[in-house]
Ligand binder design. Sequence first.
Ligand code: 3NM
Ligand code: MG
Length: 535
Amino acid sequence: SQFDKAKVDYSLYLVTNREMIPDGITIFEQVERAIMNGVTIVQLREKEAETKEFVEIAKKIHQLTMKYNIPLIINDRVDVALAVDAEGVHIGQDDMDAETVRKLIGDNKILGVSCGYVEDVQNVIKSEAKIDYIGIGAVFPTNTKKLKKVPFGTDGIKKLLTVLRDNGGQHIKSVIIGGLNKSNIAQVLYTSSIPGKATDGVAVVSCIMAQEDALKETKATLACIKEVGPWVKKDQILTDLQLSRDYFTSSKFKDIIYTLKNIKPMVHHITNNVVKNFSANVTISIGGSPIMSELVQEFEDFAQFPNTGLLLNTGTPTEETLPVFLEAVKAYNLNGSPVVYDPVGCGASGARKRYMSEILNHGYFTVIKGNTGEILTAAGFDSRMKGVDVMDSSQSHQYLIDAAKKLAVSQRCVVVLTGELDIIVDGIVDPTIIKIPRNFEPVVAVIKGGHELMGNITGSGCALGSVITAFVASNSTKNVFFSTISAVMLFKEAGYLAGKISDGPGSFMLNFLDQLYKISHLESFKDGNWNTSVS
Ligand code: 3NM
Ligand code: MG
């Protein structure tokens, strides 16, 4: 057959599995529906078939793929590929070696190799076989195949793409595989590309082959790949961003407040036991609507409400909470609703650190908010570094900014690092640019202000999470970074004003709620200590 290897579209790569097709539908019907609705390349994978049957099926499937002008890849069996003149062969690590396969199929055919480890990718790059693409997996657990390795999440994808990028494998294409479906594809694509290298496609089995309505499911899956995600709106450019006290009298801030009050965004809190009451009060005082729920069965319903955000605060974890957290993130990701993650105390123990990795690895977060130690830990920086003690203040300042930037870029989200200075980094890139330039530099905002009494009451950091979630969920700015900055500024201003009139933590807590209420209702702009810079 005639085809151009350089022009192969890997974006939705269907791997077949006959066993899981619903009764009454043939593999040919299922594959044709898939091709007609967006599959761009097909791999015929027959683990049980005898050679005769395999070749018969392959011939028929090849007629189909040729009719729609897409390539057919045969899993493992070079003889079958040659017999039907398929466009390529896909091999695993335990199949025939790539050099021999290449000799047998010739230079014009596609050759793909499954890779699960760094060494696998290094071998592909070094190989004489001119391997065209790699399959990166398994990303998540799957029922489709007995896995010999532990699924490695988005971190694993990044690691293997980095090997390709940095070792002369730039030209080698890649598809990701394993447990990918509508609930995670868009998020995984968005968070797993690295500057300078992105994966070229998503390989799926069950989310098409096992479906009663393969037409609808293929369309939906393709939409996840093409759209990259509804949770990130196309950003306006922040050239007119003014981070001064004037901001509170600006029409922009008024718009945000009016919208917030009209919309009354719902903040679904999954938060720690210490701060529930205070967080709920803070949410109400700024015009939001708090709800506390850890009931998995209702997450889907909440996530579908318009203007609803999830605040996930993992401050009091137990053995039972992790699956609840993951289900919540999944429900909100699936519906494109924002998720704000506060990894409380994630550096405090090995267990909390693993907890955090697990959570980060399984979903997309719109905003990640933490104190110095938490963000340093999440970014993989040395969190014992009590920065200020060992470095001069501009050095420690830069260290914190670097950590927040690293986390924001790697998670493609907004990061808020709270401390003496609040550092806010915009790692959200225009979702239409999947291939992020290597020198991508996120915008950083540094906000001063607040009051020292804020550190003397429990839950003020956690309640900031509630305000950020309310602002992002009401989405009045259409820009997560801008909404987050607005939330932080409001919070600090209220803290400053409350601090000035309070005798201690007790009265501060009450005054703080009052000030949040007043500013949010546009009553108080008279005083403040805004001193803010954007770089
Ligand atoms: N290969 P589903 S995972 C065929 O890790 C296959 O190499 C994998 O099926 C690998 O899309 C996998 O139904 C099965 O999860 C993927
Ligand atoms: Mg194999």
